[in-house]
Design a protein around this ligand. Structure first.
Ligand code: NDP
Length: 397
C-alpha cells in the first residue's frame, strides 16, 4: 500500500484520482492538491471514497510544496498541474526526499519552448538522493514511448522510421475548444513544425506538411506534422532512428479559429496593458473558452493514437503499427471527463503503479521508454486502454 500526492485538479487530475481510487491495494492513501481546493473537493466527492484527502497548494512556491509534502509524507508526487510547475515540484521532491512523475515536460511561462534539458539536468541530483523521476507518463508523451520500447524489445532488431499518429475523431459540439489546458495546447500547436531526419532536426512552417492518414475503425483524417516533445527523448534513446515524426489531426473549423486567434493577437504570451492592468492575452482567452474538463458530457466519437514503425528483423524490413482507440462517451461514463484527459490520466496512474510495485524504480531522471515496457503494456487494457497491433499493413507514410 502506497501513499501518493496528486498535484493538479483539472481534467487529467480527475482521471488520475478516479483511477488510483479504484486500486486501493496499490494506492492506499491519496491526497489531491491544487491551486483551487474546491476543485479537489468536488473530484473527491464525485469519487465518493474517503480514501482521498484534499489540500490547497500553489505549486509555483517550493516552500508551500515542501510543507505539504512533509505533512503528508507520500512515496510519490504525481504532477498533473501545468508544465510551468515541473521544476518547482522537482525541487520540492528533492528537498523532501520523495520520487516524482509527470505527463508534460517543463516549459517556461515567458517562452513557448518545451525541452527536456531543464529536467534532464536533475538526473545526478535525483540519482544521488536515491529518488526516481519518471518524465512524460501520459499518452503522448507516455504510452507512445512505451509502444516504441515494446516494438524494439519484441518485434525488431533495429528500428529506422517512427511516425506517431494522433487522431481525435471526436465531436464536442462547440465551434472551438481545446481538449486540454488551452494555453498549453495553443502554444504547442501554433509553433513551427519539426522532425528528426538523418541526425538533424528539420523545421517546417506551422502546419505546412499535411496529408490524410487512415486510422483504424475511424477512416481517413487530415493529419498535420507538428513537433511533439517525445520526439526529443525517443531519438536520444533509440539512436538507430533515421527519421521520427509526429502527426496530429485537426479539423478545418479548428484551424480557422486558430488562425483568427493568432491574427488578432489573442495567442500572445507576453503581457499587455489593459485598462491599467497587465494581462496576458492567451491567459485571458483561456478564461473565456470552454473548460476542457467540462467537455465530456456531449462528446461523441473516438481518439486513436499509435506508433507506426518500420525497421528490420533478421535482415528483413517490417512495418508495425500499435495503437489504442478510446471512446469519449465511455471515458465520460467512467470518470466524467473526455477521452483526451482519460488517455493521459490512465497512463499516469499506471506509471505510478509501476513505481509503487518497484518495477520502474531507479535512482535518476528517466523517460518512460527507458523502463521495461512489458508490465506497463499488460496494465493498459486492464485499466481501460486496450491496444492492438497490425503487422506489415500498409504503412502509408
Ligand atoms: P487543466 O488546465 O484542466 O488543469 C490543470 C490543473 O493544474 C488545474 O487544476 C489548475 O488549478 C492546476 N494548477 C495550475 N497552476 C497551478 C499552480 N501554480 N499550483 C497548483 N495547481 C495549479 O489541465 P489538464 O488537466 O488538461 O492537463 C494537466 C497536465 O497534463 C498539463 O501539464 C498538460 O500539458 C498535460 N497533458 C499531457 C498529455 C499527455 O498525453 N502526455 C495530454 C494532455 C495533457 P486551477 O484549477 O486553479 O487553475
Amino acid at each position: 500500500m502506497g501513499k501518493v500526492l496528486i498535484i493538479g485538479a483539472g481534467g487529467v487530475g480527475t482521471v488520475v484520482a478516479h483511477k488510483m481510487a479504484s486500486v486501493p491495494e496499490i494506492f492506499g492513501d491519496i491526497m489531491l492538491a491544487s491551486r483551487t481546493k474546491s476543485k479537489c473537493d468536488a473530484i473527491a466527492k464525485s469519487i465518493g471514497k474517503d480514501s482521498i484527502r484534499t489540500a490547497q497548494v500553489d505549486a509555483d512556491q517550493v516552500r508551500e510544496l515542501t510543507a505539504l509534502i512533509r505533512s503528508f509524507e507520500p512515496d510519490l508526487v504525481v504532477n498533473v498541474a501545468l508544465p510551468y510547475q515541473d521544476l518547482a515540484i522537482m525541487d520540492a521532491c528533492l528537498e523532501t526526499g520523495v520520487s516524482y512523475l509527470d505527463t508534460a515536460n517543463y516549459e517556461p511561462k515567458e517562452e513557448a519552448k518545451f525541452e527536456y534539458r531543464w529536467q534532464w539536468a536533475y538526473h545526478d541530483r535525483f540519482k544521488q538522493a536515491g529518488l526516481t523521476a519518471i518524465l512524460g507518463c501520459g499518452f503522448d508523451p507516455g504510452v507512445t514511448g512505451v509502444f516504441t520500447a515494446y516494438a524494439v524489445k519484441h518485434h525488431f532488431d533495429e528500428i529506422h522510421y517512427l511516425d506517431i499518429v494522433d487522431c481525435n475523431a471526436g465531436d464536442h459540439g462547440h465551434p472551438f475548444a481545446t481538449n486540454f489546458n488551452p494555453e498549453i495546447n495553443i502554444r504547442e500547436v501554433t509553433q513551427k513544425g519539426k522532425y528528426w531526419e538523418n541526425g538533424q532536426w528539420i523545421f517546417t512552417a506551422p502546419h505546412e506538411i499535411h496529408r490524410p492518414l487512415n486510422y483504424p475503425d475511424i477512416g481517413a483524417k487530415e493529419s498535420y506534422l507538428i513537433y511533439h516533445e517525445e520526439l526529443e527523448s525517443l531519438v536520444k534513446h533509440f539512436p538507430t532512428l533515421k527519421r521520427a515524426r509526429f502527426w496530429m489531426t485537426f479539423g478545418e473549423e479548428y484551424l480557422t479559429h486558430l488562425r483568427v486567434i493568432q491574427n488578432i493577437g489573442m495567442a500572445r504570451i507576453d503581457p499587455i496593458l489593459y485598462q491599467g492592468k497587465e494581462i496576458v492575452p492567451i491567459q485571458f482567452l483561456k478564461a473565456v473558452l470552454p473548460n476542457p474538463g467540462d467537455l465530456g458530457a456531449n462528446y461523441t466519437g473516438w481518439t486513436s493514437i499509435g506508433c507506426r514503425i518500420m525497421g528490420v528483423r533478421n535482415g528483413t524490413t517490417h512495418h508495425y503499427y500499435v495503437y489504442n482507440n478510446c471512446s469519449h462517451e465511455a471515458a465520460y461514463k467512467e470518470t466524467g471527463t473526455q477521452a483526451v484527459s482519460y488517455t493521459t490520466g490512465v497512463p499516469a496512474m499506471i506509471g505510478a503503479m509501476m513505481f509503487m510495485k518497484g518495477l520502474w524504480k531507479q535512482p535518476g531522471v528517466f523517460n518512460v521508454e527507458q523502463f521495461d515496457p512489458d508490465p506497463f503494456m499488460e496494465q493498459l487494457p486492464l485499466n481501460g486502454l486496450p491496444w492492438k497491433e497490425l503487422h506489415d499493413a500498409d504503412p502509408e507514410l
